[in-house]
Design a protein around this ligand. Sequence first.
Ligand SMILES: [Zn+2]
Length: 250
Amino acid sequence: MKVDHEVMTIFMTWNEVMEKINNGRKTLFIPVGSTEQHGSHLPLYTDSLLATHISTSLAKRMNGLVGPLVSLGYSPYHLHFPGTVSLSSQTLKSILLDYISSAVNHGFERIIIIPAHGGNFKAVNEAINESGFSNVESYPDFERFSEIINQPALKRGIPRELVGAHGGIGETSLMLYLEPDLVRLDKLTKGYVGNVEKARELMRKQGIHTVSDVGIIGDPTLSSSEMGKEAFELLITELYSYFNKTINKL
Ligand SMILES: [Zn+2]
């Protein structure tokens, strides 16, 4: 799926940004991804691409704009693998606080942060609380977020152990739908298959390489673009209705 450059401020001049804000595009989406290993079949930028796709889709529906991607996240448990770059939670929070204070002075009436990587949710939620601006929000529940991504596979009767988590069927299917050219189909391989919660806990404690030597939880060989499309549409529907409800609280 092509990312829609039309709503992304990075491709505009400042005059164009100002004009769009003045014409009513007063909601800014901030995609927050990561640069971390996602197994041998997905690029390091997987979460960053997902955050960008979600943000542009929502911005189009909600008459908003998308700001620059924060492409580095909190990813210490992936550092064993080359290419991974991790910020501390504190650094990520500081970046977000500076980003928010840059944006609020330009006329945006609402800022929505889209964190597509589990490790980022905590820093994002803390930054929102500490920002001192009441018009900044996010989707706060990572468990629900990943549940939605896994729904199409679970609905088809694929056991949770195979659906997995990091680099598993959910994320791989999303990438097959959103960025098919970036998925190395010849490198698809089974990762850790077993109790997902235990695997995630171990990952957070000792690094994902102690769970799976390819860096994957689940069996992504069972992924499909069809499931990815379904998951993406479910995600957009959920986030769209969530942010339509929260607007009344601002
Ligand atoms: Zn990911």
